[in-house]
Design a protein. Sequence first.
Length: 92
Amino acid sequence: MNKLYNQVKVLLIDDEPNILQFLELGLLNEGFRVHTAADGLTGVSAAKRFQPHVAVLDVMMPGMDGFEVCKILKQTGNPAVIMLTAKEDVAD
């Protein structure tokens, strides 16, 4: 395990509990510091406290979608962002 990973903070935001748990366990096993949120609004609030280096966002969430969350995160802390989606069309 790389000791530098435990300094990297990752925020996971997804409304699917199984996906959230899967990602969290994988990242924790690699030594990352992880915080999770089950919706966009909670995720934005968590980001203000947690100050993540990386945010992994679900695109399709009820209420505040991943694109809206991304805009807010980029205005406040500017973490690297990875977008997750089940959409298949390249235009999406």
